[in-house]
Design a protein around this ligand. Structure first.
Ligand SMILES: Cc1cc2nc3c(=O)[nH]c(=O)nc-3n(C[C@H](O)[C@H](O)[C@H](O)COP(=O)(O)OP(=O)(O)OC[C@H]3O[C@@H](n4cnc5c(N)ncnc54)[C@H](O)[C@@H]3O)c2cc1C
Length: 351
């Protein structure tokens, strides 16, 4: 059991922070911006929880959280944090932290780890969780309403959570955008060494990337797609290697499907799937309108084609004129310099 903290007079919003390398994930600042708006209106306090390895997060890093609305930053430090482990370590810390105290609202990134973590916590606190959130609003009489994605992002719905809290909203990253922040704002920082919980119900033994051929294209953040210019199923074998490295889904044109190089489930376009990844890499694809119909909503499109006049170059953000195979090999080598040339040749031959 860790220290007790008296219940503060003002209700609190707790925000779970996430970092990538030395930077805050943009979703952390988005959550804080949203929390700050609500806190200002409702006269609540914002506390942000950071799970990190000892001394990985500096006081200067915390200033950025203060700039985006945190009143209090709790740095929970342990060598086991930020490893590929399950959520139990995190919810156990949160549950024990304020004995008997709960936030009015808990905000977390809508990612598998945090959705699972807060679901455990809310089950114990008898609270309500909404994942895939886009925005939320507190009515003057104290009801929280949350707008969330439904039907794989095809529709949105608004849920009213009523007055029964604690509420928990998991917000999709990169929806709200990050505001400017106020660099003069200050936050109280509490640094704590957390004990390791040796009674984990779940031990993660191995973490491996999903098979790119199995990634659901409608959910994929990144897609590497190929067309006739890959010249056969072997070309797709190499493309799969690249997709694997990028943890991307494999997509294809109708021609590639009709030729039997990939199954229909991978087809993108008017008579296939309509996708909206953050990154779409098109290899050996001409950019016919029926294909473009299914991928033009991608955030960033990179095209590789040996014909400088290919239509795909008119809509891509970054284009390379050249042969697909050597460019794929060069990309794979750049992503993993330890890859032997023989492995790349074997991959391109489908071995
Ligand atoms: C009713 C209807 C529905 C359709 N629905 C779909 C759909 O859902 N999805 C879909 O994709 N298509 C669909 N099509 C087909 C569509 O019209 C195109 O025929 C198809 O998208 C073209 O596929 P592609 O780009 O692989 O082939 P191509 O148009 O033949 O283009 C191949 C490209 O590869 C390049 N290339 C060749 N060799 C290399 C190399 N070595 N390195 C690099 N680049 C190279 C070429 O320059 C060319 O630009 C539909 C068509 C109809 C009529």
């Amino acid at each position: 059991m860790v220290d007790e903290k008296e219940n503060t007079a003002d209700p609190e919003i707790w925000v779970l922070a996430e970092r990538q390398g030395k930077k805050w994930q943009s979703v952390t600042l988005e959550l804080l911006d949203d929390a700050a708006v609500l806190a200002k209106r409702a006269k609540w306090q914002v506390a942000v929880f950071v799970f990190a390895k000892p001394m990985d997060v500096t006081d200067k890093d915390c200033e950025e959280l203060a700039a985006h609305g945190a009143n209090h930053v709790y740095l929970m430090e342990n060598d086991d944090f930020c490893e590929p482990n399950g959520p139990q370590k995190y919810w156990a810390v949160l549950e024990n932290f304020f004995v008997g105290a709960k936030p009015r609202l808990l905000l977390a990134p809508s990612t598998p780890l945090w959705v699972e973590c807060v679901s455990w916590l809310m089950a114990r606190w008898d609270g309500t969780v909404v994942s895939d959130g886009v925005s939320f609003k507190l009515s003057p009489d104290g009801d929280l309403s949350v707008t969330r994605y439904a039907w794989r992002g095809e529709a949105q719905m608004t849920l009213s959570l009523g007055k029964d809290h604690p509420w928990c909203v998991c917000l999709r990253p990169d929806v709200a955008g990050v505001g400017k922040g106020n660099s003069r704002a200050k936050a109280e920082i509490t640094r704590r060494q957390e004990l390791s919980d040796n009674n984990e119900g779940v031990n993660v033994k191995e973490v491996f990337s999903p098979d790119p051929g199995d990634i659901d294209l409608l959910e994929a953040d990144r897609i590497v797609a190929g067309g006739r210019g890959l010249n056969g199923a072997e070309g797709f074998q190499l493309l799969e290697g690249l997709a694997n490295q990028l943890e991307a889904g494999v997509g294809a044109t109708r021609v590639a499907v009709d030729l039997g190089w990939v199954p229909y489930s991978r087809q993108i376009g008017q008579t296939g799937k309509a996708v909206k990844p953050r990154l779409y890499i098109a290899l050996g694809i001409s950019g016919a309108s029926q294909h473009v119909d299914g991928m033009s909503g991608s955030e960033v499109i990179i095209a590789i084609n040996n014909d400088p006049n290919a239509h795909i170059f008119k809509l891509c953000h970054l284009g390379f004129v050249g042969e697909a195979e050597p460019i794929m090999q060069a990309l794979m080598k750049a992503l993993d310099p330890k890859l032997e040339s023989s492995e790349l040749v074997a991959a391109s031959k489908g071995k």
